[in-house]
Design a protein around this ligand. Structure first.
Ligand SMILES: [Zn+2]
Length: 413
């Protein structure tokens, strides 16, 4: 077979050359330098990653807290049966296989959840965020995080033979503004506790999805991510983006699809906040103790006292059963309580018997916090996060800049 292409497989710098750069809009450099955060490595995530990898997007971070199960294999091109046998983490396997598909790109896995696994310092440095999620609560959280760092969130969802893709951006379209109060409350109680009550996971039924709807929707998401990466071409009118619009696909009837305006953006939504004037403290890490952090913050900000606000998660020191009046020390973020209860036979029994267990939540960390020797990470703050701090002069946003070491290569730091 004649090979017209001068590039070889070992010529790592040439991915996409003489192929994609024949496209009128495609810029090899932009794609190679692009940084994309993909949240969720399930059916949609696998397909989005595959497409971004094939395009040669140079820096991809994959977030997922889950392990691979056999049921995932039906819709996940990057997973193999032996991964399920061994219960490997989705993010890690996806990262490894994507590197096999395209060895010229950098891929990094974060095996953690959105609230305590991914710091805002990561969001701050990516070009676009692609959400491949299956819960309303996770989308709410991702929407808030993206707004804080003023990043575009390309969302997708699938169910049975249908699906949608859309894009949210500060001042244009907000995921949370689309939801009714009832939907928000239902999302919150299904994922997290409210008002100090730990409930047990009802293993709520997930929608069955197909590899076909995942391919179609994820393809649209990847294409939209490519448009955001090609910002100048987008602004020059070479294409339009899906931000504030929705693409809906219906595979059951006529393979129909429609594309509409879909923006909802209300001024009274308190989550339209952008965190600006971020202070980077090079010697502050999520491994720093609360005590040292408070000292450092007071000295850097030149204030008398500071309070760290736990934004996405709260800290729980103990659980109390209702009737038997038992107390259990837990010392972990709220987001980990459910898994903890489910992994502890006595607690799980008690939770079922009593219906609920009280959890003592702490959301403001200052000098009165009783566990000053815990690290920020132990109380639920992710590495390379940006924390919100209040003090007598106002509010500051502080980046745990020492943690940038963890993302040095992937984020070109
Ligand atoms: Zn909103």
């Amino acid at each position: 077979m004649k090979n017209n292409n001068n590039a070889t497989c070992s010529d790592k710098t040439e991915w996409g050359k003489d192929v994609f750069d024949l496209l009128s809009w495609f810029k090899l450099d932009k794609t190679k330098n692009a940084k994309v955060l993909v949240v969720g490595a399930g059916a949609l995530g696998n397909e989005v990653l595959k497409n971004l990898g094939l395009f040669g997007v140079g820096h991809i971070i994959i977030v997922d807290f889950d392990q691979i199960e056999y049921s995932n294999l039906t819709r996940s091109i990057l997973f193999r049966p032996e991964d399920a046998d061994k219960g490997y983490y989705k993010a890690e396997v996806a990262a490894k296989r994507l590197k096999e598909v395209n060895p010229t790109i950098e891929v990094q896995a974060i095996c953690g959840d959105l609230s305590s696994g991914v710091g805002l310092g990561v969001y701050r440095r990516v070009d676009v965020v692609v959400g491949c999620l299956d819960s309303v609560w996770a989308r709410i959280l991702l929407n808030r995080q993206c707004f804080r760092m003023n990043k575009i969130f390309i969302d997708g969802g699938i169910g049975d033979l249908e699906g949608y893709a859309t894009g949210y951006q500060l001042d244009v379209d907000c995921y949370e503004c689309h939801l009714s109060e009832k939907e928000k409350m239902a999302a919150k109680t299904s994922k997290m506790s409210c008002s100090g009550v730990a409930t047990i996971n009802e293993k709520h039924g997930r929608l069955a999805t197909t590899p076909v709807s995942a391919s179609i929707i994820a393809a649209v998401q990847a294409q939209e991510a490519m448009k955001i990466i090609h910002k100048e071409e987008l602004e020059a009118g070479k294409f339009t983006s899906i931000i504030g619009k929705i693409f809906k696909y219906n595979g059951a009837f006529f393979n129909s699809a429609f594309y509409n305006d879909a923006s909802e953006y209300y001024d009274d939504c308190i989550f339209h906040e952008e965190w600006k004037d971020i202070v980077e403290i090079p010697y502050l890490s999520a491994n720093t103790t609360v005590k040292d952090t408070l000292q450092i913050l007071k000295s850097v900000l030149e204030v008398e006292s500071v309070t760290i606000k736990l934004i996405n998660d709260k800290f729980v020191d103990f659980l109390t059963s209702r009737n038997e009046n038992k107390k259990f020390e837990v010392m972990m973020p709220v987001s980990k309580i459910r898994d903890h209860i489910e992994s502890d036979e006595e607690l799980e029994d008690l939770a079922w018997r009593e219906g609920w267990i009280y959890q003592n939540e702490i959301s403001e960390i200052d000098e009165n916090f009783p566990y000053q020797d815990l690290s920020l990470h132990q109380i639920g703050i992710p590495y390379f996060d940006i924390i919100k701090v209040t003090h007598d002069k106002g509010i500051s946003y502080i980046e745990l800049n020492a943690d940038k070491e963890l993302y040095k290569t992937i984020l070109n730091l």
